[in-house]
Design a binder for this molecule. Sequence first.
Ligand SMILES: [Zn+2]
Length: 494
Amino acid sequence: MVITVRFAPSPTGFLHLGGLRTALYNYLFARKHDGQFLLRIEDTDQQRVVPSSIGDIINVLNWAGIKPDKGPFSQEDVPNYVQSARIKLYNEKANELLDKGLAYRCFCSTTRLDLLRREAIKNRSIPRYDNRCRHLTDKEVDEKLSSNARYAVRFRCEEQIISVDDLIFDETTFDLKNSEGDFVIIKSDSFPSYHLANVIDDHSMNVTHVLRGEEWLLSTPKHLMIYKAFGWEPPRFAHIPIILNEDGKKLSKRHQDLGVMNLKSRGFYPETIINYLILSAGGYEPKSPRMSTLEEIVENFDLTKINRARCKISHSKLKAFNRQAIKIKLEEDRKGFLSSLRDYLKQRFTSELINDETDEHLIFLFTESQGRYSNFGEFADEIGFVWTECQPSWSCDQFIPLGDIEKSIESVLNLIAKEWDSSESRIDKLSFVKTFCSENKFDYRLVMKFLRYSLVNHEIGLPVGQMLFILGKEEFIRRVRNGIQYTKSQLAST
Ligand SMILES: [Zn+2]
């Protein structure tokens, strides 16, 4: 028997870390057991489909180095791996269940079903279908069919106790008395429900192990009932605990910053993401503190060692991993590093300015802060002042204690023009300014604050001395003079 697993995302937008982790575990399991890793697209909820996302999913998997063995990579393969191209098959299979009396047609209107749901919520009970159409006679059904009434197909669900033997959660028992009633397998638009399509596909694609998100554990008894109805052997299940954002909320399409493509464009590396995901969710223990390669992870991967607890994304850990990856890239693949850095910067700043930058200067800017940046976004936030002059919008009242702004700041600028020497005054060595301020009774911290606002329009960022070092004396002085003019005019108009 060939171990076969599948990653089966819905193409409803970008793939985030949670989705990538599911794909990763499937990949690792397949490689570990010399098996097959399939990509299947579950697009039966057509209203939510975002057409570009199939391509994005494939690109993300390739980028992460976890390429599926089979999937909808060519037009020929679409009918094999894209559910919307397999609607006929699901309907044929549902008809088999109808013929066997294991399913039935439900003619209830959405109004009636909504009413049932609202009633249940009002009575604080679980919303469930009351199985009304189960009891329609053949004659009643024929009459409705001949009048072209719309219908869904429901699975006849017996009250029973079903246990799911999960490879991660062990055995979980479900009492179907508390279930939602007979569930839909074919919707009134003749598209299948998730439950039906995923069972038929897993069976017809010879899937032996279903590794998917914990949110599907609750649905697994339904899937087991469908397998039984068809007389098929079910696969083994392994449900992977949900991944949460730092705030404890489930990852969703709202968490744009945790979209894999977004992380990629910000300069996160695949090895960072893979090492981070596996270390936070378990299944592999590294033998050394450095990052592991995919081959090393495959070799020591153990599905049953995946943590049962839900894991929370730690942004700071993710960044720490990427700092490590960047350090390696700077040593081993400087050219590749620079090319992705340039691509990113061109999206944020004027392309010509970035093209004009030499490789040496970009590396200087990136490494000047001694490994502080974990990604391109952080770098651009802090170094962006090099390529964009700030539009002053700060509140000027805070600088009133400096007295005559022009006079006091100009005297500081004159001093910098005279005393500052780029060859020795690196980083924050502006102590001569401090001495000058105390001799002249200027508030040194307020002076520095003014200089900083003139350069970046806010309080956070690099030390002023470092910005001076990066910009050079002339440009620094020119920009601070603009700040003086802005402040003067603001204070004069109030
Ligand atoms: Zn009904």
